[in-house]
Ligand binder design. Structure first.
Ligand SMILES: [Ca+2]
Length: 609
């Protein structure tokens, strides 16, 4: 239905408050006619959504100006959509970022700042982005990594959440604390024999109570595309698109690709696309001048892969191999994305499908001497965001406004004509899709927790069009223990923090006014979309920080009475800080942490007033 399309409007789909809105449409049309509003043509079907999540992809893409990388398929998606040049995740690590995007709420609302917490602990009745589409009559399905693995959400989908390793994993739609696993026949493994972990070694580790070792950090794979998890996912997605076309119902298909996340495993042909000497090196290989040491980290995620040199910085020759692997893995993913675009064309779905592609956060490839994510720097927080809306007049353009991943939920609802639920933390980007030069008012805010000598802090990093200002604030308090300021125009590599210079104090004060007030974010589900749920039972609304530490120990480490360091780290996202905590907890210094030590060592959480 097109109702007096406004100048510059991209596309207007029927706005339905809920599936019951279908019943209302003839009445609404009659009302509009009586009011003299022009109603033209039959209502087109609501657009489908193809939602593509890429793990650990930084904007190292042709359409973002990289001249070496080969990403022809993502570039052709860019040519039919809007490229958001300054899109920022809310926290540069998988689960907090994905959870925030999929719930439309910041990490301070989801209470997911780590890799151990399900968002339904804090927001039991939250209506997720796909769930909102499901409630509006869409058929919703997920392939491979969408939520962080192990934190799936059965209420989001109409069918089991499929993974390429022989399983579908979901939570029970009624009781989200129950996991449901079903088997299917597509089961591919990542490594070839040489790079795979040694099963005998892992048996020995298991006997000592240690977690299994990973395979190598990279592999030039002898396998064919579809013998690797992402190739199998692309093949499944092509089949699903065909089936969804036959179904004739609007769909929301979420397809996750695991690469370029470590390990960098890609078929040889993608490695062969690059001469490693042509791949650019980081502009700076150490932390910025005048930046606090704890803003960085010790590259633990990378060091956990066998064969990676133990020292920092990573030796140049090995770093070059890793960068080569990252590029190969991106080109492999690009090829898989191309298969989805081809399938949309082949099925005749392209003209009625909104496509969004996002990487869950940025990635450091030795920049600042750092690898992987887990920081508040520009290169870890900035991630690709491409949105293609059929018939958009702005196709192929780029938008420089700072935007946030919490904006994706309201944007997709908006461009598909669904109501935008109350309580979301982001804003629809439709004005920018209609006009990339639209008035910009907002900043993007990312965050990352750290342990410091002065206690736990949350680093809030605020980005406007020119500057990045990061405040490290006490958890649950108001004290700022460190501030960083970067001029992204004149120093895009963030080589020096300007926060100590007197001429920038007024600017820093202005940024400080944008900090989330202490305790401003709700800790329960009270900001769930209106009418979506009942009052929360107190037990489930409690956050892990509110939990009794004994209960937390039992939840995280069921059946255990004491923990080795490896066992402890397996459930902690911030390895460096966690190692320090482990030492602190281990009061009798015997190399293990008992349940009692865990309870005593944690002390009172500063977030609990
Ligand atoms: Ca990730």
């Amino acid at each position: 239905m097109v109702v007096n399309s406004q100048a510059g409007s991209v596309v207007t789909f029927p706005r339905l408050e809920s599936s019951t809105g279908l019943v209302m449409r003839p009445l609404l049309t009659l009302l509009l006619l009586l009011l003299g509003v022009h109603v033209s043509g039959a209502a087109p079907a609501r657009p489908n959504v193809l939602f593509i999540a890429v793990d650990d992809l930084r904007p190292e893409l042709g359409c973002y100006g990289n001249k070496v990388i080969k990403t022809p398929n993502i570039d052709r998606l860019a040519a039919r959509g809007m490229v958001f040049n300054r899109a920022y995740c809310q926290q540069a690590v998988c689960s907090p970022s994905r959870t925030s995007l999929l719930t439309g709420r910041r990490p301070d609302a989801t209470k997911v700042w780590d890799l151990e917490t399900h968002f339904r602990v804090a927001l039991p009745d939250c209506i997720t982005l796909p769930q909102h589409f499901k409630l509006n009559g869409y058929h919703c399905a997920a392939l491979s990594k969408i939520y962080h693995s192990g934190f799936e959400d059965g209420r989001s989908w109409n069918e089991p959440h499929w993974y390429p390793r022989g399983r579908a994993v979901d939570t029970d739609p009624v009781d989200w604390t129950k996991q449901i696993v079903t088997r299917h026949s597509v089961n591919v493994q990542e490594y070839g024999e040489k790079a795979a972990p040694d099963p005998a070694d892992n048996d020995k580790r298991a006997a000592r109570g240690k977690s299994p070792k990973s395979g190598a950090a990279f592999e030039v794979s002898a396998k064919q595309d579809d013998e690797l998890p992402d190739g199998a996912t692309a093949a499944e997605a092509v089949k699903r698109l065909h089936a969804l076309k036959q179904k004739g119902q609007p769909f929301f298909l979420a397809v996750g690709f695991l690469k370029p996340h470590l390990p960098f495993v890609a078929p040889k042909k993608y490695w062969d696309l690059y001469d490693p000497d042509q791949i650019p090196l980081p502009a700076i290989d150490h932390l910025p001048k005048d930046c606090p040491e704890f803003a960085g980290h010790k590259n633990s995620e990378l060091h956990n892969y066998p064969g990676v040199p133990k020292e920092n910085p990573i030796p140049a020759a090995f770093a070059r191999q890793l960068r080569h692997g990252y590029y190969a893995a991106i080109s492999f993913t690009d090829h898989n994305i191309g298969r989805l675009l081809d399938a949309l064309d082949a099925e005749g779905l392209a003209d009625n499908t909104v496509i969004v592609l996002w990487g869950d956060h940025g990635w450091q490839l030795g920049d600042h001497g750092l690898w992987h994510k887990h920081t508040n720097f520009e290169i870890a927080t900035r991630a690709p965001l491409l949105i293609s809306v059929p018939r958009a007049k702005t196709a192929g353009q780029k938008c420089d406004a700072p935007v946030e991943f919490v904006d994706i939920y309201p944007t997709l609802a908006d461009v598909c004509g669904l109501a935008i639920p109350a309580g979301l933390d982001g804003k629809s980007l439709k004005p920018f899709i209609e006009n990339p030069g639209a008035a910009k008012q907002k900043v993007a805010i990312s965050q990352y927790p750290r342990s410091t000598p002065e206690g736990p802090v949350m680093g809030y990093s605020i980005r406007d069009e020119r500057w990045r200002c990061t405040f490290w604030r006490q958890r649950g308090g108001t004290k700022i223990i460190a501030t960083e300021l970067y001029d992204e125009l004149n120093d895009p590599a963030e080589t020096v923090s300007l926060a100590n210079l007197p001429e920038h104090q007024t600017r820093i004060e202005a940024f400080a006014k944008l900090l989330p007030p202490v305790g401003s974010f709700p800790s329960d589900g009270s900001r769930s979309p209106k009418g979506s749920g009942k009052p929360k039972p107190a037990a489930k609304a409690a956050t892990p920080e509110d939990e009794d530490r004994g209960a937390r120990f039992d939840r995280l480490y069921p059946g255990k009475t004491k923990l080795t360091l490896d066992e402890y780290l397996a459930k902690q996202s911030d390895a460096e800080a966690a190692k320090e905590r482990f030492k602190k907890f281990d009061a009798d210094n015997n190399g293990s942490v008992s349940r009692e030590e865990f309870i005593r060592g944690g002390g009172k959480n500063p977030n609990v007033k």
